[in-house]
Design a protein around this ligand. Structure first.
Ligand code: F6R
Ligand code: MG
Ligand code: MG
Length: 370
């Protein structure tokens, strides 16, 4: 019997501004998911937050895109929104873009990362959650984890992963996807995913030669694009991802190593700036300076028949201090550029902000250059 691991997340009100999730909202979510566990809709759960995003981590037997599970998440976000409104939290219900649940939460605002797979004897699994950035922020670490031998020693020295992995990449503008094999198509893959605002890694699969089933994902990322759904800028699509580790997969340490650069991602203030992605503990996942810098948290579980151990707050470790220090230096350096690119995003990514309005306003005052 397969198990499904789901992360469904939404920003339903910030405390204060876009910094954090208020504890009342997490409490409401925990009660709601506990009830769902008692009624055996879900097997286990964990509620947390990354910055202003309320994160519901659930295990169950219903598969991906299950109506009952998405409905549970939707109802939870609606109840949390009510409390957010009572408290006067900022942007209450921000990510709930529809009035009523329609059967699948995708396309309604919240982000979804879920996968169904056959549990191994011991199943180490990591939930990654980011704030103030977009799904493409996962491209670089996921690539490094599953395809870069300078990151993942196992690609060279472990016969069980030496053949590499398959990457499912989505073109989120054209709504198409393609499966690319690594290491055979490494350069094609990089040609696409380097353009991280358009091409995003959705899933990673084992190769046919792996001891794991070829059709069951070993990593999955949420790829919902909020502004495309809403037709206007309503906040960033702060993503979540799930990565399985060990025996036939990259080791836990190889998975975490993918986040050791503090790489540049887009998002941050007003969703319009490039800045370093800083790996932090859950308690440090609060976006302050210039509404950032962008953060990522990692919760590690062992799973058995869908039951989860207590999570380990994996970036709450001194081994990531240097990455954080460097990220803070980069933060300072990037900030000094003010409104200049490449701190501010390029024109093409600013379409949904004031820039087109500035162009319209100045329209007639532009003269031909002779
Ligand atoms: C970025 C983000 C914040 C807001 C900013 C302005 O993802 O959520 O940086 O864009 O605080 O927020 P509003 O427009 O709500 O005043
Ligand atoms: Mg917000
Ligand atoms: Mg957020």
């Amino acid at each position: 019997m397969k198990t499904t691991f789901s992360i469904i997340k939404a920003d339903v009100g910030g405390w204060p501004g876009h910094a954090l999730v208020h504890p009342d909202l997490k409490e409401i979510a925990a009660i709601k998911l506990r009830d769902a566990q008692v009624s055996e809709l879900i097997i286990d759960y964990h509620v947390t937050n990354c910055g202003d995003d309320l994160e519901l981590i659930m295990t169950h037997k219903n598969g991906v895109d299950a109506k009952e599970i998405h409905n549970l998440a939707w109802d939870t976000f609606c109840e949390a929104t009510e409390r957010a409104s009572e408290l006067g939290l900022y942007g209450a219900g921000q990510d709930l873009l529809c009035d009523a649940f329609s059967g699948n939460i995708k396309g309604m605002g919240p982000g979804v990362a879920e996968m169904e797979f056959t549990e191994r004897k011991a199943e180490p699994i990591v939930a990654f959650m980011m704030d103030k950035t977009e799904p493409g922020a996962f491209n670089l670490p996921i690539f490094k984890i599953f395809a870069d031998p300078f990151n993942t020693a196992g690609l060279i020295i472990d016969p069980s992963i030496h053949d590499g992995f398959n990457f499912e990449v989505w073109d989120i503008l054209e709504h198409k996807h393609v499966l690319l094999r690594t290491p055979e198509e490494l350069y094609d893959l990089l040609a696409l995913i380097g353009a991280k605002s358009r091409f995003v890694i959705k899933r990673v699969f084992p190769k046919k030669t792996s001891k794991l089933p070829e059709s069951e994902p070993v990593a999955v990322i949420s790829t919902e694009k909020l502004y495309q759904i809403a037709g206007e800028y309503v906040g960033k699509d702060d993503p979540a991802g799930v990565v399985r580790a060990q025996s036939g997969l990259p080791a836990l340490g190889e998975v975490l190593e993918g986040f050791s650069l503090g790489h540049l991602v887009s998002g941050w203030m007003r969703g319009s700036h490039n800045g370093p992605l800083m790996p932090v503990s859950v308690k440090d996942a609060q976006c302050t300076r210039f509404d950032g810098p962008p953060r990522v948290i990692a919760l590690g579980f062992q799973m058995k028949n869908g039951k989860l151990t207590q999570p380990v707050d994996l970036f709450a470790d001194i081994a990531f201090d240097y990455t954080r220090q460097r990220a803070l230096e980069i933060t300072d350096y990037m900030r000094r550029h003010g409104p200049f690119e490449p701190h501010r995003l390029p024109m093409a990514d600013m379409e949904y902000t004031t820039l087109p309005k500035v162009m319209t306003k100045l329209g007639k005052r532009f003269k031909e250059v002779k």
